[in-house]
Design a protein around this ligand. Sequence first.
Ligand code: EPU
Length: 460
Amino acid sequence: MKTLLSDAGSADPVTAGSSLEVNGETLRIRGGRPLAGRVEVKGAKNLATKAMVAALLGETASVLRDVPDISDVQVVRSLLEVHGVTVEEGDEEGSLRLDPSGAVSAHFEEIDAHAGASRIPILFCGPLLHLLGEALIPDLGGCRIGDRPINFHMDALRAFGAIVDKSYEGIRITAPHGLKGAKIELPYPSVGATEQVLLTAVKAEGVTELKNAAIEPEIMDLIAVLQKMGAIISYEPNRVILIEGVPELRGYDHRCIFDRNEAASWACAALATDGDIFVGGAKQQEMLTFLNVFRKAGGWFDVREDGIRFRRAGDLKPVMVETDVHPGFMTDWQQPLIVALTQAHGRSTVHETVYENRLGFTAALVQMGADIVVHPNGIDSPDRRVPRRALEQAAVIEGPTPLHGADVVVPDLRGGYSYLIAALAAEGESTVRNVGILRRGYEKLFAKLESLGADFDIVG
Ligand code: EPU
């Protein structure tokens, strides 16, 4: 890898002063080489950012360990800081100490300036309502993978007794009479809305019953964090979570669950490039569904104490995949898998049932030589198991098709990672633009790619 930037790492306000990698936005990649070697995955983005918000609920400081060095963490750190929380490096590498004792209200503009492209501000609502009686949410960002509404969040907050006022700047939420436990049934097991309910109910007066909750491993880890803080939360059968509110919580000391999305991304990189990658820190239990599909697609894996090794078993085979909430196949896994499926012998179908616009990234793969047809309203099929959703789409992938280099622009986090591995699997040179987005969720990405033998330059 050659870095052609003159002042790498200092121009981006989000990454300035952190150990995040160089501020590269465009990569020139020479493909056709298998990725081989070892990479480590740290704490999950989708737990670390939520656990940081939970620190606001404690009377004392919290310590979070194995926090990934990614820009989404920097965004939450900045948001906590504008709310008066002191965030410092902890007693070991990758740990953060979060002290909420000076918490104060912030203004829309301050929150907006630090939120960037993140949807995390919405999860500040419950803790801020408990602490200060008011929460403000500016317009929300996040990956452009569909409408990503927040109606479940607002309905849940109203059920707790909050008042939601919309203004031209965003949303102002108040709780003049405090927050009271509620019976809430989510229309869909949304990860964010489940977290919203947990972060609000733990200190609401009385008992909250949440039906149709999301039960992703990251949510179970957030429950573990909250229990360490003094919360009383039980997980009942059939997606029911019961939370008995308590008046006071203390700080926690917690090591984040590993990032199974990043682990799956590297596994797919091994599959797509015909490489051999050991993912240190990956664990089997949280990846059972992924590993089944990986094996059916012609992958080979070896589960060890300290991680999982991934490579091909032979020729890649076509698979039918339906994304779903946990314990189903995660929506975040389908994009890198689709790159590998372009090299499978036969027709694969990927049904995206979680988001309404998460297959748009395939257009660039087609530009690189893939044969992928997207069905915008999904496809019925007798072998399907996940209930049909109105918003779903499907991708039909015919393989194998050789991939060739192209000039592509990263659309979102997981789609962008897929472009990298497609470019690495392709013959010839590719230019991948807007890779800065990948810093949101992939720690030390360029260094990891380099250590696996990827041939690329950062060109701007
Ligand atoms: N939904 C609503 N209304 C709501 C909330 C959600 O209709 O108020 C719908 C969404 O539009 C979507 C579905 O419910 O169709 C599921 O959304 P969910 O709330 O579960 O997703 P999220 O909390 O916004 C998190 C992760 C995503 C991951 C999904 C699914 C974080 C920060 N984000 O999003 O991760 O794909 O759960 O597991 O935890 C990523 O890491 O790249 C990423 C996008």
